[in-house]
Ligand binder design. Sequence first.
Ligand code: ZN
Ligand code: ZN
Length: 230
Amino acid sequence: MGYVVASLLQALLPARCLLCRDSLPVASRGGVCSPCWQALPRLPEPACERCGEPSEVSPCLSCQTSPPPWRRFAAVFAYEKGARELVLLLKNGRDELASPCAVELWQKARSFSWPEKPTVTFVPMRPWRRLRRGYNQAELLASELARLASWPKQKLLRRVAAGTQKGQSRKSRHQQVAHAFKPTGPAPERVVLVDDVVTTGATAAACTRALRRAGAKEVWVLALAKTLKR
Ligand SMILES: [Zn+2]
Ligand SMILES: [Zn+2]
């Protein structure tokens, strides 16, 4: 009963922007008003094409010294302020945000030259977590991106180890996550790996290595948001 009343109220009350709580015009992007969407912090350009950090030279000095396992990296937003809120909303029940977020991913991805169609895949979630949440936000982003780009999408990785990332040192996080992904089978030559947010890069690196072990020659990482190192 409570649920019915709540949904009725929700249907009758004017919709509000998920970020600023202002009332929302009909044409909103997944529940976020246009000014809020415009104000989301984008990653500064020019950026290093290997790590996404702001840099005049590409690859940046850090990537020249220790290059990441992926061929190329791009993210749309800096993981802060409104973009952080957006990622958390997408993660926690607001799956309708996947569609407008994927439009941003596609705009980023289409600016690169792709010699042939890559296969889109995503960072998998632990099965119990996926079950509890009902969806994997990275998978939703990957599906929407694949649809927009007319690229094939395939689940290429599965998660094998347990453990949480919160509150651990950078080093132990890297060690723990390094063996957490296994390929589901042989991987295509060109793969675009999608994730919602890249923080230390440990997860994306572990996934990339697993994909390369499975036969992928080139892995490009595409994320909605990235933590800036500065
Ligand atoms: Zn707003
Ligand atoms: Zn770099």
